[in-house]
Design a binder for this molecule. Structure first.
Ligand code: MRU
Length: 346
């Protein structure tokens, strides 16, 4: 059965509460922007493309409370809602790109009534949602070419249907390869501290009947050394103009390992994950999360409460370690700076 991660239903946002997976498949209904903000912050909804859609829908929730017909006041209200949503999580640029698009709608219609603006905003949010569905399938078509029959693939975190509207980026490539009849297996890194790989990727891949083996993060090097990995596929949260890529913490480690073992390392991400306004990965804001996430899991302490903790949620992989980036416009190879510019200019 298909996974519908997030949708706009009867004037509110319906999303899978990913903190409850794999134990329970339950939904949260967000009827106001604060509830949605909290869902983003605690990772009930997560993954860069899904965060873009959530942000756009968040604006629709936020304008529900606006009364009046003044363009200027409405525009200010939309700015305030956007600024608020922007404080939820800092790294995935899809969230900021979606908010920019929503604000642009207002700027594009200086003569419109507030009622018309509401309609335009709804149209834009639904367009962002539909685009995600479409581009994920396009990336799947391009990326599946990189999966050889009989391949053994490593992935980290969750870049699947649960990280998008309903298909996925890195896992979308695998879904397409499977549809094409290719045989392959996937190793999923469990992805400490919040276990997106163990909880979400293995849940998703099993539902899709893809041969999946779960490993602890610290087993990846050994598997590579044993010749059991043919390619690494991951998603991304923000890609700079030079191809440096922020993704879930641990991705950089896998890229270094892949290079040492001469294994191709692929990123799969749509245009909305690129931040062409920044030169390189050093400019990407990296979210730091609470120490509780590292001290234990599910309310169970696994370390002394007093120990100091460092908990960056993402890391940056240098472009030099990336074999190619799969996008909806095609597969981008080095030199990344030139080729990213060329592909997205078209
Ligand atoms: O903290 P998360 O779970 O939001 O991190 C998600 C990732 O790092 C994903 O790999 C990334 O957003 C790409 S999802 C298609």
């Amino acid at each position: 059965m298909a996974i519908q991660t997030i949708s706009w239903v009867n004037g509110h946002v319906k999303l899978i509460d990913q903190t409850k997976l794999p134990g329970k498949l339950v939904y949260i209904h967000c009827r106001d922007v604060k509830t949605l903000w909290q869902a983003i912050r605690r990772l009930s909804v997560r993954g860069a493309p899904a965060l873009g859609v959530a942000a756009a829908f968040g604006v629709l929730l936020g304008i529900k409370s606006f009364a009046g017909n003044d363009w200027k006041r409405f525009s200010k209200h939309v700015d305030q809602i956007s600024d608020y949503i922007a404080t939820s999580r800092p790294t995935a640029v899809n969230l900021f790109n979606a908010l920019e698009r929503m604000k642009q709608v207002i700027g594009d219609h200086p003569q419109a009534s507030v009622a018309q603006l509401r309609n335009f905003l709804k149209k834009e949010a639904l367009a962002i949602y539909e685009e995600d569905r479409r581009v994920c399938r396009r990336m799947g078509d391009f990326g599946a070419r990189l999966i050889k029959n009989g391949a053994s693939i490593l992935t980290v975190c969750n870049a699947g249907a649960l990280a998008t509207v309903d298909y996925g980026t890195a896992l979308g490539v695998m879904y397409t390869a499977k549809k094409q009849g290719k045989k392959f297996q996937v190793y999923a890194c469990e992805t400490r501290p919040l276990l997106q790989g163990a909880r979400l990727t293995s849940w998703e891949l099993l539902r899709a009947k893809i041969d999946t083996t779960l490993i602890c993060d610290n087993m990846a090097a050994t598997l590579m050394k044993q010749g059991r990995i043919d390619a690494v596929f991951t998603g991304a949260d923000r890609i700079a103009a030079n191809g440096d890529t922020a993704n879930k913490i641990g991705t950089y480690m896998l890229a270094v390992l892949a290079r040492h073992h001469k294994i191709p390392f692929y990123i799969v991400a749509p245009r909305s994950t690129f931040d062409l306004a920044i030169e390189n990965g050093r400019q990407i804001p990296i979210e730091e999360r609470s120490k509780e996430e590292v001290l234990g899991f599910g309310g169970q302490l696994t370390a002394p409460r007093q120990v100091k903790v460092y908990n960056p949620a993402f890391d940056v992989t240098d472009n030099a370690l990336i074999t190619a980036i799969v996008t909806e416009k095609g597969i981008i190879r080095p030199p990344f700076r030139e080729n990213i510019k060329r592909v997205f200019k078209k």
